[in-house]
Design a protein around this ligand. Sequence first.
Ligand code: ADP
Length: 475
Amino acid sequence: MKKILFAASEALPFAASGGLGDVIGSLPAAIKQAEKDCDIRVIMPLYDKVGKVYRSRMTKVLETTVELGWRRQYCGLYSLVEKGVTYYFIDNEFYYRRGTLYGEGDDGERFAFFCKAVVDLLPQIDFYPDYLHAHDWQAALAVVYLKCMYADREGYRDIKTVFTIHNIQYQGIYDLYNMGDLLGLHERFAPVLEFNGCMNFMKGAIVCADMVSTVSPTYAKEILSPEYSHGLHHVLEMCKGKLTGILNGIDREYYNPAKDKELVRNFSYMRPEGKKECKKYLQEYLSLPVREDVPMIVMITRLVSHKGLDIVKDSLYSLLEENVQFVLLGTGDFAYERFFDEAARRFPGKMRTLLKYDKELSKRIYAAGDIFLMPSLSEPCGLAQMIASRYGTVPVVRETGGLYDSIRDNGWEGGGNGFTFAPYTGMELYGAVKRALNAYESKEEWEKLVLKVMRFDFSWKKSAKLYIQMYERLN
Ligand code: ADP
């Protein structure tokens, strides 16, 4: 039986801030379904954000201490089973009782502790995996610790490592001076972690891992170029032989408009009528004019620059001159929050800006929208366009990364599942949305497109098999 351990900083439904949480909450179960003969487990921090419903289902596995540099820190371990997968939660209130997942001054230490605990705990839970699969910079040091400090130890010797880059923009960069003090790593390992005079957790994992993957084939190519690599292209070029790209999927049960309890009316491609009710409900809820004939453009996104918000800003006032409604749900950089809030104030009959992270509301917006706008400057994979499709909201996307791999333009001769554009300008974005609005005018054409988009298969089925093949290549 194959044993796989995922190490990651978030997972739905326990705690999430973006697409990583979706993936860690759904990929393990999909792998288990595709490969019955495997024991796949996940380990993540126990944040205070993890709700009571889940805590009440947890059992305490152990209490121990973990050495991190000169520190000796308390470490509790809890577990529960979700969708047939064991999830472990590392408890330390000093590190994880912060009201937030990331953005703390000591994030480097918080996630170094997490990674050290992951590796330290294996003998205590009697689970030496065949594959340790770490995700993004927060879990990167688990691979580094394993290769640098544990590789010769009994039990650890045969563990193969995979590191997945969900977003190369966030690398975990800290002062090199902290290597011994913070991480407890000997200075001879400096060449592993050092990059541009600093410690770079992601670079360390790229160098150490047996296999590096990212979340779409196009992004795997893009990050080899300086335009997308955030400085790591040379490192990746050196490791190109072990780099691969596998497109993410979505959890079709969690995102299922036919059963979703958050919706006022359920719907499916067999019975699509309920979508109209969802739109009416949202218009009422947001005090927008209740108009079925007015196309509703929606965005659900972190408000950060690589999500393409600068070109949304450039074209927003032109878009709002059209006969549309615009709903944006997101949190992030203050400057964007202020801009979109102000725009909603200026166009009270057309636009609403909801500055929060709200999973339930997001599903109601996915269900109510007609057009889903995702004009990212770069996009490793993107799940929002897949979720939108599942809820019959037609994506308008920029051709980059996973957006390019998942959405084809409606004008494409093989038949598309959205509207796409390439040059990163407000004009191009406006042009693509305008084509969608024109299509919306022909009721019959639009309804056909909506049904086609809903039927598109963005499940994990294919990709879960690709992950299994990737593990097998390591043997
Ligand atoms: P990223 O991981 O870069 O944020 P993805 O498209 O891969 O982008 O995944 C974003 C996920 O986070 C989706 O599930 C999306 O619905 C969700 N999300 C983003 N912003 C919000 C928000 N403000 N409220 C609720 N869910 C959100």
